[in-house]
Design a binder for this molecule. Structure first.
Ligand SMILES: Nc1ncnc2c1ncn2[C@@H]1O[C@H](COP(=O)(O)OP(=O)(O)OP(=O)(O)O)[C@@H](O)[C@H]1O
Ligand SMILES: [Mg+2]
Length: 374
């Protein structure tokens, strides 16, 4: 059985001073009025399991206003229910995060993010609609995030590649301004291509698998129209090196690197229509959900374990048929933590098998004991 979270303690995390949530396998519903701390709780779970916030790159934002550090602690059930891991993250802005697994410091953030906690997460926040609706960089971030959560080597390549491209761009500008000769490019081209190929190969191998899962998810969530994900190259793996060389003079002129995985994209198609450009709000939202479901299946296929699903405010804006489908999907998951302002989105029958976590003003009021199954 896959890992699940038993408990999470939040100290000085967003609007929580010190609170503990007890979680069950299967469906957990976090309920409360607006601005009480539902999204913050889901964020804290992801922060604890992955070592960083899925919502913001400016992580000092997660520290409670007026406090100088935050700490989260989780108990994670692994290897069936027999084993348990204690994972803690301490973070004070300006300092290195302190991550421990059963008291032992994690070797690196990258390693920790790729399953070091013994669990993984797949998240959905309403803002994630930008994966479908937004810029190519949003879609690249989705794909790279998924692959990085599975392979530390991939995560490192992404970081090193970005730095190499930056340095190449600096050199391009020096050449343009007459401070360097074009011959010096060769060294950076080699480095960029080597790292870029790791990323490109990773993405090219993943996309067809992700696409199959995406098709299944969209069929269940939306309807029988044919869905597709199509990788859009600035240069293919085979022709990458030549394409980069061919672009030399244009790149020098612009002072940027025009070919490589940092310029690529993937198209999200439904019935042949590109949803980024032509999708309705509902279609874009459902396609985003389908991508997250596909990510769940991808993780399952890659490591044989289910990730924990963290879906924020997912029921609003969906019609009843889809809400029912989702409730069933989450109920059958290893563990799903869903937030809502309105419990009426769930049937009585579903609620009987659900852990309900009530939130008010940064306090966890009660964790309702639930049906026979736990
Ligand atoms: N660093 C912080 N310190 C203290 N409070 C914070 C911090 N960051 C955010 N908050 C506050 O936490 C409160 C709860 O935010 P959260 O997004 O979790 O609400 P929510 O329950 O998800 O509400 P909604 O239903 O509107 O989505 C907000 O009022 C927000 O301003
Ligand atoms: Mg919220």
């Amino acid at each position: 059985m896959s890992a699940h979270l038993r408990a999470l303690r939040l100290v000085n995390f967003r609007n929580y001073v010190d609170a503990t949530a007890l979680l069950a396998p299967g469906l957990n519903v976090v309920v409360g009025e607006n601005a009480q701390g539902k999204t913050n709780l889901l964020e804290a779970i992801a922060f604890n399991v992955t070592g960083s916030s899925p919502r913001t790159p400016k992580e000092n934002e997660v520290v409670r206003w007026g406090a100088d550090f935050t700490r989260t602690e989780a108990r994670i059930a692994v290897d069936g229910s027999a084993g348990e891991r204690a994972v803690a993250i301490g973070y004070a802005p300006g300092q290195k995060k302190r991550i421990t697994v059963d008291g032992v410091p994690a070797p690196s953030l990258t390693n920790y993010a790729a399953g070091g906690a013994g669990a993984r997460v797949v998240t959905f926040f309403p803002d994630d609609i930008r994966v479908v609706k937004g810029a190519p960089s949003d879609r690249r971030e989705f794909l790279d995030g998924l692959l990085s959560s599975l392979r530390p080597a991939y995560a490192r390549a992404v970081g090193e590649y970005a730095r190499a491209v930056q340095q190449r761009n600096q050199l391009l500008r020096r050449i343009r301004d007459g401070f360097s000769s074009e011959r010096t490019l060769a060294t950076w081209d080699r480095k960029v291509v080597e790292l870029g190929k790791t990323i490109l190969a990773g993405r090219e191998a993943a996309l067809p698998i992700l696409e199959e899962h995406f098709k299944d998810a969209l069929r269940a969530l939306y309807g029988p129209e044919k869905a597709a994900l199509r990788y859009a190259h600035s240069g293919t793996l085979e022709a990458y090196s030549e394409a980069l060389t061919e672009a030399h003079s244009a790149d020098v002129e612009r002072g940027t690197t025009s070919v490589g995985p940092h310029r690529d994209d993937f198209e999200v198609l439904l019935g042949g229509v590109n949803l980024t450009t032509f999708g309705s709000q509902g279609q874009q939202r459902i396609a985003t959900l389908a991508l997250e479901f596909a990510a769940r299946d991808y993780v399952r296929g890659a490591v044989g374990e289910d990730p924990i699903l963290l879906f924020d405010d997912v029921m609003s804006e969906l019609d009843e048929r889809r809400r029912e489908y989702l409730a069933g999907y989450f109920l059958e998951s290893t563990q799903a933590v869903i937030s809502t302002t309105n419990l009426e989105y769930f049937d009585e029958e579903i609620l009987r098998r659900t852990r309900i976590i009530r939130i008010s003003g940064g306090s966890i009021l009660e964790t309702a004991t639930d049906g026979a199954r736990r």
